[in-house]
Design a binder for this molecule. Structure first.
Ligand SMILES: NC(=O)c1ccc[n+]([C@@H]2O[C@H](COP(=O)([O-])OP(=O)(O)OC[C@H]3O[C@@H](n4cnc5c(N)ncnc54)[C@H](OP(=O)(O)O)[C@@H]3O)[C@@H](O)[C@H]2O)c1
Length: 256
């Protein structure tokens, strides 16, 4: 039995991955943004071993969520699933002065990775849309450009790959992989999403616990349990370090 923590798991793919793992007998700790959503989450998956609470759009809350998760002991695997989709009509700024989408999609997984007890496996949710992401890393916070939600989302999903591969390079003892779940009909994906919803949660759950050789890789980007095409810039160690340095600069949290 493995102990797995899944962020952003009140709904959608996070809850589905948690449910799959709990059905397999693993101890799953879920995460919700508020006490009310935590209550919904407990009702949705009564078999969960716990629910950690916190809105991951501020650095203070990211630190608090990391503390709560650490209070539950070390996890074997963490699935960094939390995410905001591409429907924000304008740039929302957090209390830390950051783009909210960037804070939730990129900084939260970074801060939790840096502050939580090191697990054996890390899984980050990226997206096929990362292929349209901007590899220049200019204007990471969208403070200079006119807002484009779809482009901003694609950028964050490219940065999630830089984070995944940067962590894989810096922490050779930890399996660090990214997943594209396909375009699936969750609340984020929308009703018309064409891919199979059930398949959308399989790969991250498999990477978290399976002993299959295909799941015991690191520095991978997978779609439906197979390597997928990735933006070549994601493999650039200099870009990975620039992203990690920016995350450290704005959060004050180092990836030791
Ligand atoms: N669906 C797709 O087609 C698709 C495609 C590619 C990649 N992905 C990725 O897959 C992951 C999961 O997406 P999904 O489709 O399952 O999305 P979803 O249905 O919108 O679920 C997202 C989850 O994250 C939580 N969340 C969002 N912001 C939060 C915050 N500030 N603090 C705490 N929790 C927060 C939401 O909580 P509430 O329920 O309380 O709002 C919800 O439980 C994301 O990283 C997404 O980028 C999805």
């Amino acid at each position: 039995m493995a102990r797995v923590f899944v962020t952003g798991s009140a709904d959608g793919l996070g809850l589905m991955a948690g449910r799959l793992l709990a059905e397999q007998g693993h101890a799953v700790v879920l995460h919700a943004r508020s006490d009310a959503r935590a209550e919904d989450t407990r009702e949705a998956l009564p078999d969960a071993a716990g629910v950690v609470v916190g809105d991951l759009s501020t650095v203070a809350a990211m630190r608090d969520v990391a503390d709560q998760a650490n209070g539950q002991g070390r996890f074997d695997a963490v699935i960094h699933n939390v995410g905001l989709g591409d429907r924000e009509r304008h740039r929302v700024e957090t209390a830390d002065g950051l783009s909210q989408m960037w804070a939730v999609n990129v900084l939260a997984p970074y801060v939790l990775t840096a502050l939580m007890h090191k697990p054996d496996r890390l899984i980050y949710l990226s997206s096929g849309m990362h292929l349209s992401g901007d590899p220049s890393l200019d204007d990471l916070q969208w403070s200079e450009r006119r807002w484009n939600g779809s482009q901003a989302y694609s950028d964050t999903k490219l940065y999630d790959l830089l984070l995944t591969f940067g962590v894989a390079r810096r922490w050779p003892g930890v399996l660090s992989n990214a997943v594209s779940p396909g375009w699936v009909p969750t609340r984020m994906g929308g009703r018309g999403a064409p891919d199979d919803l059930a398949e959308g949660a399989l790969t991250q759950a498999w990477l978290a616990v399976s002993d299959d050789p295909g799941a015991r890789v690191t520095g991978g980007y997978l779609y439906h349990q197979q390597p997928a095409d990735e933006h070549p810039a994601a493999r650039d160690p200099e870009l990975q370090d620039r992203l990690l340095d920016h995350c450290e600069a704005v959060s004050g949290v180092a990836l030791a």
